[in-house]
Design a protein around this ligand. Structure first.
Ligand code: CS2
Length: 487
């Protein structure tokens, strides 16, 4: 099995000294983190002049900790390009921990003078942010739990606030708190929920965090499909030994970070292609609307049309034309300029990434948690188009497809798996209503997804309801709108 003995010769200084500097504590030991932040730190450490290591924490289960500990926190990253594939041994993770077992260790790390950054990949819902409340969702179960049991917090938000309170008591400095999730202004969102939570604990804690910590926003990009037995077997075969923690991803990666670190303490990741910028919003919007927006479109439409993977979906010519038209006529016009980026090229490149036959990315994986994803992926674009009197047929079809998908039935009326915190709410909508306009209105009344603006727009409601009513003919609808918009 892969471990430090078999790889001693190529692992950086990590094992040459007993004293290892853990300089980042990361919350969310999942595949995306292992293929993205851990990868970048690994590349950076290969220069050997300034090494940073990560202590990675799982908040919910001990699976990753077990797998990683068995192999001394080493794992293989299988980078799959269109033609070439390569392997990287990742050794940037110093230790893997599980909150359910290692709370004290995790806290000690967060209080250590060596730690400069706490980073997060906890998925959209992990932030417990309510757009409707414009801040922390104070009725979220985890938040209610953590407010009552602060020292046993189970959410990332409660845990970070607890650690910051201890740092404050010990007279230590603040930390850089860096979100790496697909949210717009992810730094601002993190700051808002942390400060809201801290205020409910103690106003002095809020003031301390506000003055001592920073919250850089980031734009993160790499397609990382869920691991399967087959992809793990392939890694094991290629490296010639067992690696139970290996990860497959595409060979493309991008990382843009707002340069806002406490005392400027950060690894100089520009050496490995990371872009540090002052103004990050245009990058975030570009990525969320172009990539994630079309990803979700392909996922919901793909699910209804029985396309198992993004590759299958984009290989259907009708769907490709639909996506390209949506990009050209609806998404790209909504974007602010980004220095040195040609949006047409950017979008073309993303379509090419979807066409990578070596990446088996399931549409069902991307369909997950739509209620948390739609606002930043589609609704901001839609709002722009409505405000500017432009056509939005493609997006309206996407929304109707998402509504149909969340009814838990596909076009053949067969049950489909809907994995979303609001699944029960969606089910109720379909039980209570039978008229399509009423169904659309009921969806638009979900304040944590839709701003009131949408519920007031009769034209939009009529359009989405009309598509929803005719959703059995989804393939025809897709073709019709693309022809109309091409003229
Ligand atoms: C995907 C993203 O699962 C999803 O919702 O759209 O994880 C996507 O693959 C990444 O953001 C790509 O950078």
């Amino acid at each position: 099995m892969l471990n430090k003995d078999n790889y001693k010769s190529i692992v950086p200084s990590m094992y040459e000294t007993n004293e290892v500097n853990t300089s980042i504590v990361h919350l969310g030991l999942g595949a995306f983190f292992k293929a993205h932040l851990a990868f970048y730190i690994n590349e950076y450490n290969s220069f050997k002049d300034d090494t940073w290591f990560v202590s990675a924490v799982s908040l919910k289960t001990d699976n990753s900790k077990k797998l990683m500990n068995r192999q001394d926190n080493l794992y293989t990253l299988h980078l799959k390009g269109y033609q070439k594939t390569s392997f990287r041994l990742i050794s940037s993770i110093k230790n893997s921990l599980f909150l359910g077992e290692d709370r004290q260790n995790i806290l000690n790390l967060m209080l250590s003078k060596k730690v400069k950054i706490i980073s997060l990949t906890i998925t959209e819902k992990g932030y417990c942010y309510s757009p409707w409340m414009s801040g922390l969702d104070t009725v979220n179960h985890d938040i209610l739990h953590d407010l009552k049991n602060f020292d046993r917090s189970r959410s990332a938000i409660g845990l970070i606030c607890y650690a910051m309170q201890k740092r404050k008591e010990l007279g230590l400095n603040g930390l850089t708190l860096m979100s790496c999730d697909n949210l717009p202004s992810n730094g601002k969102v993190l700051k808002k929920v942390i400060l809201d939570f801290a205020e409910l604990i103690d106003i002095e804690l809020k003031k301390w965090i506000e003055s001592k910590c920073t919250f850089p926003s980031t734009m993160v990009d790499r397609i990382v499909p869920k691991m399967t037995d087959k992809s793990l077997k392939q890694i094991n075969y290629e490296i010639g030994m067992d690696d139970f923690a290996g990860i497959v991803c595409e060979d493309f990666a991008q990382f843009v970070i707002e340069d806002k670190f406490v005392s400027n303490k950060r690894p100089e990741l520009s050496k490995v292609g990371v872009l540090f910028v002052k103004e990050i919003k245009p990058y975030e919007n570009m990525k969320l609307r172009v990539l994630n927006g079309t990803h979700s479109a392909l996922a919901y439409i793909g699910q209804l049309l029985k396309k198992e993977t993004i590759f299958e979906a984009i290989s259907d010519e009708k769907l490709e034309i639909f996506i390209v038209n949506m990009l050209k006529n609806e998404i790209i016009p909504s974007l602010e300029m980004v220095d040195g980026v040609d949006f047409e090229e950017y979008a073309k490149n993303i379509i090419a990434r979807y066409k990578n036959p070596n990446i088996i990315h399931r549409t069902i994986q991307i369909s997950m948690d739509g209620s948390q994803k739609l606002p930043q992926r589609w609704l901001e674009t839609l709002k722009y188009l409505i405000d500017n009197g432009k056509n939005y047929d493609h997006l309206a079809i996407c929304i109707a497809s998402w509504m149909k998908f969340t009814s838990s039935k596909n076009l053949q009326n067969i049950d489909i798996e809907v994995n979303d915190p609001l699944t029960d709410e969606f089910k109720k909508i379909w039980i209570k209503n039978s008229v399509h306009k009423d169904i659309v209105r009921a969806y638009f009344s979900i304040e944590n997804i839709f701003e009131s603006f949408f519920l007031d727009d009769e034209k939009l409601i009529r359009k989405v309801a009309n598509y929803l009513e005719n959703i059995e003919n989804l393939e025809d609808l897709i073709q019709e709108v693309t022809h109309e918009n091409d003229i």
